[in-house]
Design a protein around this ligand. Structure first.
Ligand code: ADP
Ligand code: GLC
Length: 492
């Protein structure tokens, strides 16, 4: 590729905020591609055609009619634009596969759709062909960047492609979701039998989309430097640690950023009042309004703990539930928004029933409330057992809502503990604890409560937190550098 040509990058994923989002992946896919475009790349996006996306697509035309494929009678590729996103977007219009109730992966009863291998198999297959220039005669990619297991097969199809091809970059957002399929499905996923091997996409006797990404990609990344190290160990590697150790020379950790247009206390439309580090009065107003609207005791001196999360074992919500029983007696309050595991929902509902003035729990997905909690709380709890990057602690930092985090993955990389030394050096931005136990979380929240009682010191830490800059432009710069290295390696 000539140096002056723009690098052509196809981003492939299953979510994008605000249309389809179950977690941080949606935020990343809304923010990283525009940042790459600002860094000079010719970036395009490929996503499954979920109804909210098809409805939002503007100025679109049909790029290719693919007929029947992957169990769908008709598959069509559309190219257009999504409002607010200044780059070309391809959507796979296959209503039989993507027009479903529930979330992008699960039925309304929270079971995996049984045909998920086909639904995301089509995504990976089409990504590879689009990248290679077989689908849109006017465009091909230098890099196909696939995110998480949903897009993992793209890397296998690319590696198997005869002749010149784009580089396959695979980003792990969460190693625990392996995207399993039966070996009998290889043919319908357009994969040769030879791929079903330990040196291939086999994983414990099944096929795995995640393994395909990890094994076949030319370059691997994950969303924080610490998680990149952790996944090479048996404690965090989900059984892939051997492969990841071997692939360590092509594995990089690049931290996610914060989208300033969406998460900014000075311009956030969801808040009753706006504020910044030079004028924190608005934050107290937001806290008071939040306490009022959630039915919590209106008390500016009560430490208000916020948490916005998928309700999954990963997130350590159970540790907070236990801890709150003790802390509520000490005047601490909790505002939690989450959805997911029904058992965790039941435990939270019971806690809220026991402590109605001190604990508010809201179930479901609510973007506006998520902003009001991140802004109105004094601390944001992220007691995750593992956390590849984590975004709510970054949002908390931006909003002067000090993160209380378990020292793992991206949490360890982004929060500086308020130890006496760090406080004195004006480095502290939150509270970090080392073991994922109720006792350790409790001790960290207790430390937060003590510092909170010391107004001037608390404000100093808030200002330090708000001054942190986790910019997508910095992350995009690193990805562009890495794309350059991998395309060069491939062309040799
Ligand atoms: P993960 O991707 O593992 O769920 P992250 O911290 O990276 O964790 O990202 C979670 C994202 O999803 C954040 O933007 C957070 O605000 C949002 N979120 C999680 N649960 C909810 C919810 N119930 N309602 C609204 N937003 C939510
Ligand atoms: C995953 C991870 C989370 C990360 C997000 C975006 O869902 O669990 O830690 O922030 O992806 O990369």
């Amino acid at each position: 590729m000539a140096a002056r040509e723009r690098l052509r990058v196809l981003q492939v994923a299953a979510e994008i905020f605000p249309w389809v989002k179950t977690g941080g992946l949606g935020d990343v896919i809304a923010a990283l591609p525009p940042a790459l475009a600002r860094a000079g790349a010719d970036v395009r996006l490929l996503l499954p055609g979920y109804p909210p996306l098809l409805d939002a697509l503007q100025d679109w035309r049909v790029t290719a009619q693919l007929g029947s494929a992957f169990g769908a009678a008709t598959v069509e590729l559309r190219r257009g634009r999504l409002p607010g996103l200044d780059l070309p977007v391809y959507l796979i219009d296959a209503p039989y596969l993507y027009d479903r109730p529930g979330n992008p992966y699960l039925t309304p009863e929270r079971a995996d759709w049984p045909d998920n291998p086909r639904r995301f198999g089509l995504l990976g297959w089409l990504a590879a062909h689009l990248g290679c220039g077989d689908v849109d005669r006017l465009w091909h990619a230098d890099v196909v960047h696939a995110h998480d297991w949903h897009a993992g097969l793209a890397c296998a199809h690319l590696a198997l492609h005869p002749g010149p091809r784009p580089a396959g970059v695979f980003t792990v957002h969460n190693l625990a979701f392996v995207g399993e399929f039966e070996p009998l499905q290889l043919a319908e996923l357009q994969l040769p039998r030879s791929t079903f091997a330990p040196e291939g996409l086999e994983f414990h006797g099944k096929g795995s989309f995640m393994k395909a990404g990890l094994y076949y990609a030319d370059q691997l990344t994950t969303v924080s430097p610490t998680y990149a190290q952790e996944i090479q160990t048996s404690a965090f590697g989900c059984g892939f640690e051997g492969l990841l150790m071997r692939r360590a020379p092509v594995l990089a950790g690049i931290l996610n950023g914060v989208d300033n247009a969406v998460w900014n206390p000075a311009s956030d439309p969801h808040l009753e009042a706006r504020y910044d580090s030079g004028n924190l009065a608005g934050k107290s107003q937001v806290k008071a309004a939040l306490q009022r609207s959630l039915g919590l005791r209106a008390d500016p001196r009560a430490l208000l703990v916020g948490m916005v999360t998928r309700l999954a074992y990963q997130k350590g919500v159970d540790l907070l539930v236990q801890s709150m029983r003790r802390l509520a007696g000490e005047g601490v309050q909790l505002a939690l928004l989450g959805s997911g595991d029904p058992q965790i929902e039941r435990d939270l509902a019971r806690l809220a029933g026991e402590l109605p003035d001190a604990v508010s729990v809201s179930f479901g997905y609510d973007d506006a409330l998520s902003h009001r909690i991140i802004a109105g709380a004094d601390v944001v709890a992220v007691p995750s057992r593992y956390e590849p990057c984590g975004l709510t602690q970054l949002y908390g930092l931006r909003y002067g809502t000090l993160p209380v985090v378990h020292s793992v993955g991206g949490l360890a990389d982004t929060v500086v503990d308020a130890s006496e030394t760090n406080l004195q050096a004006d480095r502290a931005t939150g509270f970090v604890f080392v073991n994922a136990t109720e006792a350790a979380l409790h001790a960290a929240l207790h430390r937060a409560q003590r510092l909170f009682a010391d107004g001037p010191r608390w404000q100093q830490v808030m200002r330090r937190a708000m001054a942190q800059d986790f910019s997508w432009d910095e992350a995009a710069g690193r990805y562009v550098e890495l794309y350059g290295r991998v395309t060069e390696r491939l062309s040799r």
